[in-house]
Design a protein around this ligand. Structure first.
Ligand code: ZN
Length: 133
């Protein structure tokens, strides 16, 4: 199983994982197929974005509107870990992404990077699994 680790700061930390994912695809030797990229855990998600400062900030602001840090969450009653917002955001974004592989490379646009978004309320070490078929 191919995977890599990512250190995050939590709180919507958005990290470009395109190069690490691309390396696994190259090492797999698969020329034509799909890569499924999955983050282990219930408070992070994976998507694509144009990885530039403006849109990265825009995405953070939108998540604050959808599930505010200071909102009321039933999860808090169960666990008292203060990260109800993290679980809700992660569920909406989803933990995995599938990207086509063409000529041994991820079929991404020039301004389209694969990113991990860590929604948790503390720094985390994340495990990202990449399945190439
Ligand atoms: Zn929790």
């Amino acid at each position: 199983m191919a995977s890599f680790k990512v250190q995050t700061k939590g709180f919507n930390d958005i990290i470009d994982i395109t190069d690490k994912t691309e390396k696994i695809v190259e090492d797999s030797g698969v020329d034509n197929g799909i890569a499924m990229i999955f983050v282990v855990g219930s408070t992070a998600g994976i998507t694509t974005i144009e990885y530039e400062k403006g849109v990265v900030e825009d995405l953070k602001e939108i998540f604050e509107k959808i599930a505010p840090v200071k909102g009321n969450y039933y999860h808090e009653e169960a666990w008292h870990d203060g990260n109800g917002f993290s679980h809700v955001r992660a569920a909406i974004l989803k933990p995995s992404l599938t990207v086509p592989i063409e000529s041994g490379k991820l079929l991404l646009g020039t301004w389209q990077q694969v990113v991990l978004v860590d929604f948790d309320n503390k720094p985390r070490e994340r495990k990202v699994v990449v399945k190439v078929v």
